[in-house]
Design a binder for this molecule. Structure first.
Ligand code: PYR
Length: 356
């Protein structure tokens, strides 16, 4: 950010006299933000809208950003391409949706049995994660910023109970990211699908099961109407990080004060989303219980199999992709230290608090 800001400032000063450099900083910009969520979807969609409103207010109207829901300008899963081409200056989504293009991007959303939200934010901002993320997106002319986190998710909605590993055989489940490889390894059929299509795919029987987010967002989509069993233990998404992505050329055209406003507004959005989910998931869980949803846990041997297959899937990814290997080395070191520390603190504290 700083280097880009300085370069912009220097070129403004060297090309123009003082008066026009001053005028350049008063220039106004209109941006488009495409997203992978239905327009104003609770949290995932409303936080990017809050971001746009904050930027407009803080810039005195010099940067106006119009937010588009999935399908309004481009389909959900074309968000990255729209930002890359410059059709939209920015986007909001999740890095693992681009795993077909950038396998290493999966580390920047979530890894099965990996970091939680708190750890992910520590790694992003103070453990080298953001720099690696920028490096991974550099070839696409895109600058990423953390864009929120849902906290630990739920494992999802299932038409039938999972009593043993055999129940994964042939199971058609919507599940994003590396968890898809895990499900395939256990004999299931993973499906990549944007959130807006889940309800009808479950209703029609095209899917036997689906993950989405957690009570707050799953209630909003009415997924409890499509399957009786709600599995806890979001093994697949222990803290899904979302992303703001910005076309690099568009960002570089902003004067340094607007660049700073954009960057700080992403930080506000990132923190506020986790706070929102921390509050709303609790309330929504009570509503789902009142609706008679059957909450289930996977048997221990299923969790163990998911875990060992997850570790193998990470190994396969790392072995097949140089950038993934580089990111993994940083991620793994941070996670190992954090696991040790959190075993002594968070984990011990939750254990002591249980029953209150
Ligand atoms: C999902 O697509 O599953 C998210 O958690 C955002």
């Amino acid at each position: 950010g700083l280097v880009v800001a300085l370069a912009t400032l220097l070129s403004a000063c060297s090309n123009d006299d003082g008066a026009s450099a001053g005028a350049a900083t008063q220039q106004s910009f209109k941006w488009k933000m495409v997203t992978t969520w239905p327009k104003n979807f609770p949290g995932l969609g409303t936080i990017p809208q809050d971001f746009a409103d904050n930027v407009e207010k803080m810039s005195g109207g010099r940067l106006k950003i119009k937010v588009y829901g999935a399908g309004e300008m481009v389909p959900a899963l074309q968000t990255f391409d729209a930002v890359k081409s410059g059709a939209a200056q920015m986007g909001h989504g999740a890095a693992y949706y681009w795993k077909g293009k950038i396998p290493a991007a999966q580390f920047f959303t979530t890894i099965p049995f990996g970091m939680n939200a708190q750890e992910t934010n520590g790694w992003f901002y103070h453990g080298g994660g953001n720099e690696l993320w920028q490096e991974a997106y550099e070839p696409f002319g895109i600058i990423p910023f953390p864009g929120g986190n849902t906290g630990v998710q739920m494992a999802g909605w299932f038409q039938k109970e999972i009593n043993s590993l055999a129940d994964f055989q042939g199971l058609k489940i919507r599940i994003p990211g590396l968890a898809g490889e895990v499900v395939a390894d256990l004999g299931g059929i993973p499906v990549q699908m944007p959130g807006g299509e889940l309800f009808s795919a479950m209703q029609s029987g095209a899917l036997d099961a689906t993950d989405w987010v957690g009570p707050y967002n799953d209630l909003a989509f009415g997924l409890y109407k499509t399957a009786p069993y709600y599995y806890v233990t979001g093994w697949q998404e222990p803290g899904a990080a979302l992303e703001f992505i910005i076309n690099k050329q568009a960002f570089e055209q902003l004067p340094s004060d607007l660049q700073a406003i954009v960057e700080i507004a992403t930080e506000a959005a990132n923190a506020n989303m986790l706070a929102l989910y921390t509050a709303k998931n609790n309330e929504a869980l009570q509503s789902l219980k009142e609706k008679g949803v059957k909450i289930r846990k996977f048997p221990k041997d299923v969790i163990e199999a998911l875990k060992s297959s997850s570790l193998q899937s990470v190994k396969n990814l790392v072995a097949s992709d140089k950038m993934a290997e580089k990111i993994f080395n940083s991620y793994q070191k941070f996670l190992a230290q954090s696991s040790e520390y959190h075993a002594l603190t968070e984990q011990d504290y939750y254990h002591n608090r249980s029953g209150i």
